[in-house]
Design a protein around this ligand. Structure first.
Ligand code: NAD
Length: 311
């Protein structure tokens, strides 16, 4: 039974996700450290609580959508955190949709598996955790069209699927604990590298005299076609409705991309794996952020290559 949902982290993504759950008929209780955000929810008649622990008192399932690993660890293991009543949890299912490193997802999953439930209502009478980060960004969160990449116990994934599909259009099972986070950081590392590759090729093309719109047409019916060329083109004026057509405002910020590449690099070094392109992409995005582009969409890397100057 997953009727009562506790939602923690009502930022750019979480606020839309929580509202979509309300619209789907779930009984949602929310918490955020930002009082102004909480007020918007209480003004709309959605119950708010002052701590994660209080949210858990009235919930069957908890969803967290927080900035980074440190915030997630704090919400779970901090004072008045979700696991503060360790031996006696109310909710039986915990879903973390934040983008964090797999090691953090696995640690929390392990912490939860050591707890017991107030009432027996889960598999083996134990609370369970799913890591379920998302792809899609703020517009997809608002439209309920996110893709969830889910790690953890498969039965828990199947039980959570209708809930996830109230916020998204896809929920894909990735394997055991942490594998959702693995999928997410690998996806974003590949996205960063392909965006940089496409940007570099467009910049070279323009310097050699071909129009970006023509080169885009070629790419999109040739072997260089990818999401960065046909859906999220980084060259201003080639596509409407993408960040490159509005001075790289909105979209997925370079700051978040840098964070995700950092997670990939830390995870790679944790298993002794080298990612030469990933680490180069990490350096480029770090530089873009240091040069003042941290709130610009990550496709602004094109400008970095095209005229050699950052904003
Ligand atoms: P955000 O910074 O807009 O929102 C985070 C929210 O968490 C804020 O409202 C903040 O007040 C709250 N918060 C922080 N610490 C807290 C705590 N201790 N207790 C309770 N609330 C706390 O972030 P976002 O853009 O909504 O992203 C959330 C996660 O989703 C991140 O991990 C991000 O990488 C990932 N993500 C973001 C996007 C995107 O396009 N924005 C896309 C995919 C994935």
């Amino acid at each position: 039974q997953l009727e009562n949902v506790g939602f923690i982290g009502l930022g750019n993504m979480g606020a839309h996700m929580a509202r979509n759950l309300v619209m789907a008929g779930y009984k949602v209780t929310v918490h955020d450290i930002n009082e102004n955000t909480m007020k918007k929810f209480s003004d709309d008649g959605i119950p708010t609580k002052q701590s994660p622990l209080e949210v858990s008192e009235s919930s069957d399932v908890i969803i967290t959508m927080l900035p980074s690993s440190a915030h997630v660890l704090d919400v779970y293991n901090g004072q008045n955190g979700l696991l503060a009543d360790g031996a006696n949890l109310g909710p039986w299912l915990y879903i973390d949709s934040s983008t964090v490193d797999p090691q953090t997802s696995r640690k929390i999953s392990m912490d939860i598996s050591r707890c017991t439930l107030k009432e027996n209502k889960a598999y083996n009478d134990k609370p369970v955790m799913l890591d379920a980060p998302v792809s899609g960004g703020v517009p997809a969160a608002e439209a309920g069209k996110l893709t969830f990449m889910v790690g953890g116990l498969e039965e828990a994934y199947l039980a959570a699927k209708p809930l996830l599909l109230s916020m998204g259009k896809n929920a894909i099972y990735c394997g055991g604990p942490g594998n959702g986070s693995v999928a997410k950081i690998c996806n974003n590392m590949a996205m960063a590298i392909s965006m940089l590759g496409v940007s570099e090729a467009f910049a070279l093309g323009q310097n050699l005299g071909i129009k970006a719109s023509v080169l885009t047409d070629i790419f999109n019916c040739s072997s260089a076609r990818c999401w960065s060329s046909d859906t999220y083109n980084p060259v201003p004026g080639v596509m409407m409705g993408v960040p490159s057509s509005r001075n790289y405002d909105g979209g997925f910020t370079s700051k978040l991309m840098t964070k995700d590449l950092d997670l990939a690099m830390v995870s790679a070094s944790g298993v002794g794996f080298k990612c030469p392109f990933g680490s180069q992409a990490f350096e480029i995005y770090r530089k873009l952020c240091a040069d003042g582009c941290e709130l610009k969409d990550f496709s602004c890397a094109f400008r970095h290559y095209y005229d050699g100057k950052d904003e």
